[in-house]
Design a protein around this ligand. Structure first.
Ligand code: LLP
Length: 400
């Protein structure tokens, strides 16, 4: 992701900023497209992971659909050129205004999360004299084995409709004249690295489609959500996720009939590795037990470590040194980690103790003015930024 030329180009830029490697994004999108096309699977990109305009424009032009969770995201997807027939609208709390706007846009489908929401969409569609296409989000009670804040598919989570409510769902769908039942939707969580989770999901999807079809309700769309994890510990070596193995699981375990389409909603796996948050070292403090590197970026620019204790690799890119590695990535740029390596707690400037990017991080001896890259920040980085402490708006840099 980095070379001396790129780092030199950063020197004149005001920090902090998100740096996007659009070349890597393109390669990732191509890899995903080839792997999904092989099975005729459809991928809707989950805008919530990153809605940067240049990122969206590339994703759209590579033929992906859009998975949105707010009226704002639906609007942004339309503005970015996504085909309306490839836009889905999910979310546990859609407001009437959001539903009306989406009906006006004639989007592909609503992923509906409760029986009451079915009734509301039906009423609003009736007023407009329209049919609303809906997929029902079912809570499969599958444990994603990921951080509890990003687990969504358990009975105890607020998302989706629990299996014991399904008779009410089918009764409502049959009664509501302005709803067209398209299919079923699932999403069990995010940053899933254990592929067995997806196998268990397939088993549930098969059970559920059978349940509906037995009741004379054909299931045209099987939407299995997103959640594929990335390697935060090896951003260079594993820059592109193994999409082939991921899709192969669904090809092997999902029962797909000729009239059915399989949809995915990937966010993180498409965008996480293509961006780093670039920050400058403001101060270095040497304590008795600890050394601190104080950055000009904080939890306001990248909240994941503070919120989920998430790991992001931290590189001092001012100490970039080209080494020919003996690994499969021969010739990549790496970082001089010897001989003068020290342990630092890398923290931000925000008035919160949780504003810490990493403890005991081994870095080459670091000085005021050095540039630090917080890696794998393309997903749920920029989008979760806040203005807390009246921080300035996010800045950007791009390479093609
Ligand atoms: N579909 C639904 C219904 C979702 O709720 C999500 C993510 C996705 C798709 C996309 O999941 P992905 O492929 O990106 O894992 N802020 C957290 C992640 C929250 C994920 C929310 N839902 C983080 O920084 O890890």
């Amino acid at each position: 992701m980095f070379n001396e030329e790129i780092v030199a180009s950063f020197k004149s830029k005001e920090t902090p900023f998100y740096y996007y490697d659009l070349g890597l994004l393109k390669k990732t999108l191509t890899a995903c497209k080839i792997a999904s096309d092989a099975f005729n699977f459809h991928v809707h990109y989950a805008l919530k992971a990153n809605f940067n305009e240049r990122v969206l424009s590339l994703i759209q032009s590579n033929g992906f659909g859009a998975d949105c969770v707010s009226g704002g995201e639906v609007k942004r997807a339309v503005e970015s050129g996504f085909d309306k027939k490839q836009i889905v609208f999910a979310g546990v709390g859609k407001s009437d205004t959001e539903i009306n706007d989406a009906l006006d846009q004639n989007i592909f489908a609503f992923n509906v999360e409760s029986v009451q929401e079915l009734e509301v969409i039906n009423e609003l569609a009736e007023v407009k004299g329209k049919m609303a296409s809906v997929a029902v989000r079912i809570n499969p009670n599958v444990d994603a084995h990921t951080h509890h804040y990003i687990t969504t598919g358990l009975d105890e989570n607020k998302f989706g409709i629990n299996s014991w409510d399904l008779p009410m769902v089918s009764e409502t769908l049959k009664r509501c004249k302005n709803l067209e039942f398209l299919g079923i939707h699932f999403h069990v969580g995010s940053q899933i690295t254990d592929m067995n989770v997806f196998k268990s999901l397939c088993v549930k999807v098969n059970e559920m489609q059978h349940w509906f079809e037995e009741r004379g309700m054909p299931v045209k769309i099987l939407n299995v959500g997103g959640g594929l994890g990335v390697d935060y510990h090896h951003p260079d070596e594993e820059a592109i996720v193994d999409f082939e193995s991921y899709f192969q699981i669904f090809a092997d375990f999902l029962i797909v009939k000729p009239y059915q389409e399989v949809h995915f909603e990937l966010g993180r796996a498409l965008v996480a590795q293509c961006s780093s948050l670039i920050s400058k070292v403001l101060y270095v403090k040497h304590g008795i037990k600890k050394n601190f590197v104080i950055l000009d970026a904080g939890m306001t620019e990248l909240m994941r470590p503070a919120l989920y204790q998430a790991y992001h690799q931290i590189d001092n890119i001012s100490k970039l040194k080209v080494e020919s590695l003996k690994s499969k990535n021969e010739g990549i740029e790496t970082f001089n980690s010897s001989p003068s390596t020290l342990n630092y707690d890398v923290v931000g400037p925000i008035c919160e103790s949780s504003d810490c990017f990493g403890k005991e991080v081994q870095l080459p001896e670091t000085k005021r003015g050095d540039l630090i890259a917080l890696r794998t920040a393309g997903a749920y980085g920029e989008v979760m930024a806040s203005a807390y402490n009246l921080r300035p708006a996010i800045r950007h840099a791009y390479s093609e």
